[in-house]
Design a protein around this ligand. Structure first.
Ligand code: SF4
Length: 74
């Protein structure tokens, strides 16, 4: 499994992760902040685990986040 985390305080609601890079893992909240999709959450909306075959999706979002608040760990 691959761990995915969002530092929610740093998210600037740009939408790149959930609109463009990886909508399978990241979802938009009412105020535009990104959350981990409910099915992958391990605790709160900022932390989750996804299968290995979704690593590229998560990595793309991490790369494209303009403020580097998405972290992934195999
Ligand atoms: S790409 Fe980064 S800043 Fe933009 S919505 Fe996603 S987590 Fe927030």
């Amino acid at each position: 499994m691959v761990k995915v985390e969002i530092d929610l305080e740093g998210c600037i609601q740009c939408g790149r992760c959930y609109d463009e890079a990886c909508s399978d893992i990241f979802i938009q909240t009412d105020d535009g902040t990104s959350n981990i999709s409910e099915k992958y959450r391990t605790s709160g909306p900022e932390a989750g685990e996804v299968p290995e075959n979704m690593f590229d999706c998560a990595a793309k979002a991490a790369e494209e986040c303009p403020v580097d608040v998405i972290s992934i760990q195999k």
